[in-house]
Design a protein around this ligand. Structure first.
Ligand code: NOJ
Length: 734
């Protein structure tokens, strides 16, 4: 495939020429996205496309079918405008990467960019032009199932991960045939659903939106993201998909976003269901007026927009303005020159060895060592008799995690396989223990008409439990692999507890009581919390849902070929009842008070934000500021030295936090404002420098109703997690 050069003036001229020859119906068609799955609502795709009634197709993952539908669009529709094929490619297309929450735990934007560039290359080879990613919702409630899709609780880390993923998906050249168009979603506030219940209403102040929720979205705009997706839920009583303040005032007005906005699935039609629009006509009108460009699968625009224009409720100029960015993107991507996918290309691309290498690297870098008492890890490769126990130890689905592309066949290296590969001569036994399963069936299983597997009977579960205990009893060392099945996190997968599902903790306790050394590997999409494990199991590795090479990466870490360096992108609460829990809260009137005065259990996190251990140790020292006093608008340089004080090479993520002591508003006890992941040899010291200026020190003030930078005193901390104690201070003066 060759690249076409397109200057913006020729693009604009081509778009105007297209608009001039398109009928009203065709213009509306460009704003309509249809489902390509068997179960998608509406008429047959061919019939709509032939009339120029669709600008994009989603929920289809079939290269041949893409070409069939594209041919109808090009050769049979009135203006021959190519379709954009869209799909959710969230953490890999065929080569699966760690889920985005895990990628954020790498604190390594470069590896997130690499992962999404591989995902883009594979997806594009299959014929997909546009992914519904990155998902960049800040989430502070681990009960919310979709926390696994984002970068966790922090806006600063979230913004870095958002920009990196946009770069990975889109690259720098829109005509690049190995990249896809990205979509920043879900704008905005979805991650703050009441109680972590998926789709529930969200109430956020303007200050919370601007200081916490928006930064990753604004970073995505700055990174050049082509599209946005509006969120489903009500934001302060106005559905996000009909919210002009969000889609128009903020996105286009303040951030100068020039791409287009697609709704979430059915969200335009849902404006009626949500009790906002009177009927579907009203829904189309209000979504359009709010700035929503493309209707995903609800057919509301298709049914009503043309009439709304004919009746004069909407102007033709407004319609043209909505269509223009969609055509612009199609022209810029070179779709008119290269509308078809090359059949057979995908298999060649997927076979590239560097894709599995990247998946293994990403998995290694995302894992977080939570506990390692007595240096139980790394394990010796001379072990002769090891038991691997747990319901996710040999599950490809759980290893790959939630949010697979349509019709994906799981093909991951499981943890059991990874361990067996490291110990070729040893006896490695395996028992899954009792099954774990969702409380209710996932709607995704219904969509794909998956047969209902009958649950394990209590007798069979008990037998599996006893077999697991017996298997452990026969071994010298036990590796327990516990956590969640893939369908326990993601959309439609909020949970009321963060406990290990099923009888897993009971199995862990029973096996630990055998007195053998026990290592716990966690595979999960969201934080799960076992206070008991944190106090009794000597070695715990948070492996998340690590993707195609996940089991190999776990074994690399367990046996010391790789030294873990990931850090938590979320606090792990001690209990689901403590959610939402996050480090950047404001102080109470009783800040040092015993948290037990306020609750029936300590609400401190089980593991704090930013936390993670290594097989070596690090010390930060010499925290120095270039100035002890700066003027509002000026910057201060903060330097800190980090030393590997242990005996092996390893990675530390140095984190910089600030606290503003007083001001127009109360400010969080700590806020992340800088980080860098560095690799250090034993004894090596590195000096890192961060800058704090108006961007880091300013904020949206509730009291002032605008952006402010206060004259105030600031604390600064640097270290390996959000509880770092190395401290300095400076003052900002007017
Ligand atoms: C609904 C999800 O909320 C969204 O993230 C996804 O992109 C669309 N469905 C399309 O599959």
């Amino acid at each position: 495939m060759h690249k076409t050069k397109d200057t913006s003036s020729t693009t604009a001229a081509r778009v105007e020429a297209l608009l001039a020859r398109m009928s009203l119906a065709e213009k509306v068609g460009q704003l309509n996205q249809i489902g390509g799955a068997e179960w998608s609502p509406g008429p047959k795709p061919e019939d709509i496309i032939r009339q120029g009634g669709a600008g994009s197709v989603l929920w289809l993952n079939d290269t041949r079918r893409f070409n069939v539908l594209q041919k109808v669009a090009i050769e049979e529709s009135p203006s021959g405008i190519p379709l954009l094929f869209a799909l959710d490619v969230i953490h890999g297309y065929r080569t699966i990467f760690p889920v985005p929450l895990a990628m954020a735990a790498s604190w390594d934007p470069a590896v997130a960019e690499l992962a999404q560039s591989v995902a883009a290359k594979e997806a594009r080879a299959a014929g997909i032009h546009w992914t519904f990613g990155p998902m960049i919702d800040i989430a502070r409630d681990a009960r919310w199932g979709r926390i696994m899709e984002g970068a966790g609780e922090d806006p600063f880390l979230g913004a870095a991960m958002a920009a990196a993923q946009v770069r990975g998906f889109q690259g720098t050249d829109p005509t690049d045939p190995e990249r896809v168009l990205a979509c920043a979603k879900h704008f905005a506030g979805y991650g703050a659903a009441d109680g972590g219940r998926d789709y529930d209403p969200v109430f956020l102040s303007e200050a919370q939106l601007r200081n916490v929720i928006f930064p990753p979205f604004e970073a995505a705009v700055k990174a050049g993201v082509g599209t946005f997706m509006s969120a489903y839920m009500d934001l302060n009583n106005v559905p996000a998909s009909g919210n002009r303040w969000l889609l128009h005032d903020i996105l286009r007005g303040e951030w100068n976003f020039e791409g287009f906005v697609v709704s979430d699935a059915m969200a335009v039609g849902s404006l009626v269901t949500q009790g906002f629009a009177r009927d579907r006509r009203d829904a189309a009108l209000r979504a359009f007026d709010a700035g929503l460009s493309m209707d995903m699968a609800s057919n509301t625009y298709l049914e009503h927009l043309a009439a709304l224009v004919s009746e004069g409720a909407l102007s033709l100029e407004a319609l043209d303005a909505m269509v223009r960015p969609i055509l612009t993107i199609k022209v810029r991507m070179g779709l008119f020159e290269h509308p078809y996918a090359e059949e057979g290309l995908l298999e060649r691309v997927v076979a590239l060895p560097e894709h599995q290498v990247a998946a293994r690297l990403a998995a290694q870098r995302s894992m977080v060592l939570l506990r390692n008492e007595g240096g139980l890890l790394p394990l010796s490769k001379d072990l002769q008799n090891v038991a691997v126990i747990g319901p996710v130890a040999d599950s490809m689905e759980a290893t790959e995690g939630s949010w697979m592309v349509f019709h994906h066949q799981p093909a991951a290296v499981t943890v059991l396989q990874g361990i067996r590969a490291k110990l070729p001569g040893a006896r490695v036994t395996y028992a899954p223990g009792p099954e774990i399963r969702r409380v209710s069936r996932s709607p995704f299983e219904d969509l794909e008409s998956k047969p209902l597997e009958p649950p394990q009977t209590p007798e069979a579960a008990e037998a599996a439990f006893q077999t697991a205990v017996a298997t452990a009893r026969d071994a010298d060392l036990v590796i327990m692999v516990l956590g969640e099945k893939a369908d326990m996190s993601g959309e439609f997968a909020s949970r009321s507890t963060l406990d290990l599902p099923g009888r897993q903790e009971e199995l862990l306790r029973t096996i630990a009581a055998l007195g053998k050394p026990v290592v716990l590997v966690l595979l999960n999409g969201r934080p799960v919390s076992s206070v008991w494990a944190a106090e009794h199991i000597p070695a715990i590795l948070e492996a998340w849902e690590p993707g195609s090479q996940g089991g190999a990466a776990v074994a690399d870490i367990l046996f010391g070929d790789v030294n873990p360096g990931g850090k938590l992108p979320v606090c792990v609460p001690r209990s689901g009842g403590h959610a939402p829990l996050y480090y950047a809260r404001t102080l109470t009137h009783n800040p040092e008070g015993n948290p037990m005065y306020r609750w029936d259990s300590p609400t401190t996190p089980l593991y704090p934000f930013g936390f993670g251990l290594s097989y070596t140790t690090f010390a930060c020292s010499n925290l120095e500021l270039s100035e002890s006093q700066i003027k509002v608008g000026a910057s201060v340089a903060v330097s800190v030295e980090v030393t590997n004080t242990g005996k092996v090479a390893g990675d530390e993520v140095v984190q910089l936090y600030i606290h503003q002591r007083w001001g127009s508003d109360s400010r969080p006890v700590r806020e992340l404002k800088g980080f860098e992941r560095v690799t250090l040899q034993p004894g090596e010291t590195r000096k890192l420098t961060f800058h704090l200026g108006p961007a880091e020190l300013g904020y949206w003030s509730t009291n002032a109703g605008r952006w402010v930078q206060d004259a105030a005193a600031f604390d600064v901390w640097a270290g390996g997690d959000s509880q770092a104690t190395l401290h300095a201070e400076f003052e900002v003066i007017a």
